[in-house]
Unconditional design. Sequence first.
Lengths: 300, 323
Amino acid sequence: MTANDRTAVEGASNIYDLGYRRYDGVRLGRWWAVLALYRESLRGAFGLGRSTAAKVAPLVLIGIALVPALIQLAVGALVPADLEIIRASEYYGGIKYILALYCGVVAPDIAGRDQRNRSLTLYFTRAISRTDYALGKLAAMTTAMLLITLVPQVLLFAGNALSTQDFGGYLADEWTQVAPIFGSALVGSLLIASIGVAIAALTPQRAFATAGIIVAFILPIIVAGILVFEIDADATRYAVFISPLDVLDGFTAWMFGEPAATDTAVHEAGFALWAYAVVGLAVSALASLLLIRRYGTVQA
Amino acid sequence: MPTLETPIFETRGLSKRYGVVDALDRLDIKVEPGVVGLVGANGAGKSTLIKILLGLIAPTAGSATVLGHDVRTRGTDLRQHVGYMPEHDCLPLDMNATEFVAHMAQISGLPRAASRERAAETLRHAGLFEERYRAMSGYSTGMRQRAKLAQALVHDPALVFLDEPTNGLDPAGRDEMLDLIDRTGRGLGISIVMATHLLGEIERVCDQLIVIDAGRLLHHGSLAAFTAATETLEVEVTSDAGPLARRLEEHGVACTADGRRVLVTTDGTPPFDVIRDAVVDLGLGLVRMQQHRRTLEDLFRVEAIAAAASLDAPDGATGQEAS
């Protein structure tokens, strides 16, 4: 046996002792930990660092949400006319059900995954508090929603600008749209995300969470539709506020300073549009508080 | 953070009540750094104590500090320096061990590059090599326990809580896990609190012992002092040993009867003459007298017998409380 062989064998005999060293470097504390939680939650929601199967559903839905914007871009490139197929202020009305479905797919991953794995314990025994955890998850879900609300809107804006003959002129005329585009995307994402994670955090079962979220968004649209359009009494008009996606329609119109589209429950109910902004923010706050309370008491 | 003199944890009047059950009952304890065995039957309050110290549940009454920090007010700060390996499954099986352990390091506050580096080092320390790049769903129970241990150590904690770390392991896996714990505690100087109901494991790796039963502290001290200083003389006779025990007690000898055996507790030379005379007087046959160091099992046997005896006594209330 050569000296080298002997070293190799000796190395192998206590191989477990290799590696571990004490760490006296910097510890970045609580906010860094929340940021890491946020990042990993977002990665997990899109299946990054997971199997291919986990990537399919969210990416397909984002793709579908992008279709109207892409069509607008294509039309703008091919048809030399001032043709604006979709206006930014009416965009969410068009992809309402996609928003609900996307939330139903992504939120159970962001808010329910650690409960399914029983790894909440590992988070709550580290540098974050339970409230930090809830806020990190809410931030991750809101960001995930922005991918399906803000990104297509920005593309749409660019598409509309390109479809006009006068790009610079379009920007000069339409720059006031930029703030509403960002504002409505932010508030809308927060509204849908907070409701989605508040429901998803209630159960470790993915299927229940998805079903619960879809029901929570779709059922109120139907109920509000019946009460506002069919019964159409003074008292029943208020039903429009129980539907988060109708509320989203309302405050989007308010932010763009335009009247609600004529075929919507918001238009039919006839309330001042700022009321939808108030309700939207109030519902987001309530859902966030319920989320914090849920993680504050959930057994870990 | 903590100096060598800082107790790893300290509790004052710590209580936790679930409905009518006292999971912890006014626990006062101060524990110095080292490898500490936390032992008690199932439901004795081990996990409750650990969960309170980690801030997972709030105590009903009393206070606790870990590494000198109050668990209620300084939880997030102190938990940067504490590790925890839960008893139950807690791994995201769709992730690989490297990604998962590095993520957990960041949740403990370590920068990204340091997290990756330490994840690799810690997994190697825990005995996971090439397999650390595979999804954990394909891991055996032993490998999962190693990954669980690695996530508890990755941020180089000053103190680690291990809750039943050998649960579900076969004898070989159990041996390896105990070796690993020994290397981590004695080799690296990380304080460890290990909850178990297996006394053999405590005797093998721990230098301190805490025994709790029904939420109360039965014993706390150095393991060496416990097993070495107290000696037990086992006296076996041909029939029921009860009368012999009573006779010995009349002579001021501390003992307990257990079937045909009397366990005599001594601090020095056992009173052989007294025992011999008592056996002869009672007309019993002496089968054997064997002197042995007290084992942890004896602690439980003596406590159980004492509890049973006080149940029989007219004022049985004390016994009921302790059982």
